[in-house]
Design a protein around this ligand. Structure first.
Ligand code: BES
Ligand code: MN
Ligand code: ZN
Length: 498
């Protein structure tokens, strides 16, 4: 997909489809709309009024024009101008790309509203480019019908009159890299579990390592046992697809022993049937998404050279399949973790925290100062926050704020949750150091409290992404299925670490 900058006057745009923001303010629907409307003899606003289109966010209206250099204008509801933010340009551009592709058009143009773009044109162009590439994403790998797989849209022009082409080119290039990283994460989540196994995730990591010049270490099942990652081994023990432990390392130029180290840790359950605490029909069908944390980490590592962080970044993925067999672990088992703590298994479906426990203690042993893990960890977090918002738990206020700020810039939704100490009692076991589940209430919190036991003194945060990792209903910029949630936040986060 070709994304380019068009610096001509908005009224001079020429494309089979032009998308323009329509603000929900009675007499001022937007300068760009007014410019196009003058060329269209006032038809745009007239038709919008006749159709009852007021510019409500999320609503669009396609208007055909008989003799203009733009045959179709997509009016994109942009809400009140006073509420609009640069990030909204992602949705505007995504709506343009989706609509044009759906209509089999090869080219679309987007009039970027000066009201949102002029303060920081590079940021505006970045968000718009991401919108195009994220909005045009489709997962077609397993479709055999040509009609279904054919892409029609070839290019999108971002119109910003008078903008400085050369100055904005790097923003477009950077957005192309980050969008490709998000789309890789989406592909990994959308691919069926028959394809994405722990071994396949390891191959993808090796590929990224070659492309980005990263160090790459993969532990196979024998090495996992030798490293005493017994929780990971136990969770993966019920599958003929053996577990893998993946470790990628990025070092900035001139890094030495004093360079700060950050670890990105992603839950990589390529399938979670629940084990002997098997999930019911209705819950099983979605459980290929249980490696979305791993996908976010691998996506971020794929874009890491473009971001060029000043710190050492470790990408760590414990990966396994949680199935049922005569070699599967059982409720009642007691298992000694990588850091020596013993865990009584009370529910084999609380497996994510087990594989993460070994990965977190490994990250701490590496000497990582700051750790963030991403995991589709609990249904309880979706009950608490709904399907679009990740739960953020942190043992450090500064790290929490850094992650909140990164998510804000990356346009991802998360909400801080408490590591409520009182609930720790729920994890007490009569025969081991702890149990792997608490009681029913506060399930997202007890999951996070369990993880906290394995990070020692490191600054750590946990993102429960069970909700936002995938979506049932498509939205502009976020097609149905895997969302790639977390990639943008991670990239913003490591870009700002020093
Ligand atoms: N992978 C699931 C959590 C999940 C649920 C992710 C829905 C995405 C959508 C996790 O391994 C799990 O099974 N969690 C249990 C924990 C419980 C046994 C304490 C859950 O949420 O029910
Ligand atoms: Mn589970
Ligand atoms: Zn799981």
């Amino acid at each position: 997909m070709n994304v380019s900058l068009d610096t001509s006057a908005t009224a001079d745009l020429s494309a089979p489809l032009v998308a323009v923001a329509f603000f929900q303010d009675d007499d001022a629907p937007g300068a760009e709309l007014t410019a196009l409307d003058q060329r269209a003899g006032g038809r745009l606003v007239t038709i919008a009024r006749e159709e009852g289109f007021t510019g409500e966010p999320g609503k669009t209206l396609l208007v055909h024009l008989p003799d203009a250099s733009f045959k179709r204008v997509l009016l994109v509801g942009a809400g009140k101008a006073s509420d609009a933010r640069a990030l909204d340009l992602r949705k505007l551009a995504a709506a343009a790309a989706e609509e044009a592709d759906k209509r089999h058009l090869a080219l679309a143009a987007v009039a970027l509203p000066a009201a949102l773009a002029s303060a920081d044109p590079a940021l505006a162009v970045r968000y718009a480019t991401e919108g195009v590439l994220l909005g045009a994403y489709r997962y077609t790998a397993w479709l055999t019908d040509d009609k279904e797989t054919r892409r029609h849209l070839e290019g999108v022009r971002l119109n910003l009159p008078g903008a400085d082409q050369a100055a904005l080119a790097p923003a477009i290039a950077r957005a192309q890299v980050t969008a490709a990283a998000v789309n890789l994460a989406r592909d990994l989540v959308n691919a069926p579990p028959v394809e994405v196994t722990p071994r396949r995730l390891a191959e993808v990591a090796e590929h990224i390592a070659r492309e980005q010049h990263l160090e790459c270490t993969i532990f196979d099942e024998a090495r996992i046992a030798a490293e005493k990652m017994n929780l990971l081994a136990a969770v993966g023990g019920g599958s003929s697809q053996p577990p893998r432990f993946i470790h990628l390392t990025y070092r900035p130029d001139g890094a030495d022993a004093s360079t700060p180290q950050v670890a990105l840790v992603g839950k990589g359950l390529t399938y979670d049937a629940g084990g002997y605490n098997i999930k019911p029909t209705g819950s099983l069908e979605d459980m290929k998404i249980d490696m979305a944390g791993a996908a976010a980490v691998l996506g971020a590592m794929k874009a890491i050279r473009a971001v060029a962080p000043k710190v050492i970044v470790h990408g760590i993925v414990p990966s396994a399949e949680n199935l049922v067999s005569s070699t599967a672990y059982k409720p009642g088992d007691v298992i000694r973790s990588h850091n020596g703590k013993t865990v009584e298994i009370m529910n084999t479906d609380a497996e994510g925290r087990l594989v993460l426990a070994d990965a977190l203690s490994y990250a701490e042993k590496l000497g990582c100062h700051k750790i963030v893990d991403l995991a589709t960890l609990t249904g309880a977090c979706m009950i608490a926050l709904g399907p679009f918002t990740a739960g953020l738990f942190a043992n450090d206020d500064g790290w929490r704020k850094a992650i909140e700020a990164a998510a804000e810039r990356g346009g991802e939704d998360l909400w801080a949750m408490p590591l409520a100490k009182k609930l720790k009692a729920m994890l007490k076991s009569p025969i081991a150091d702890m149990k792997n589940i608490g009681e029913r209430w506060g399930g997202a919190i007890t999951g996070a409290l369990f993880l906290q036991e394995f990070v020692g003194k490191a600054t750590w945060a946990h993102l429960d992404i069970a909700g936002p990792a995938s979506n049932d209903k498509p939205e502009p910029g976020t097609p149905r299925g895997g969302t790639g949630f977390g990639v943008m936040t991670l990239l913003e986060l490591i870009a700002n670490e020093t």
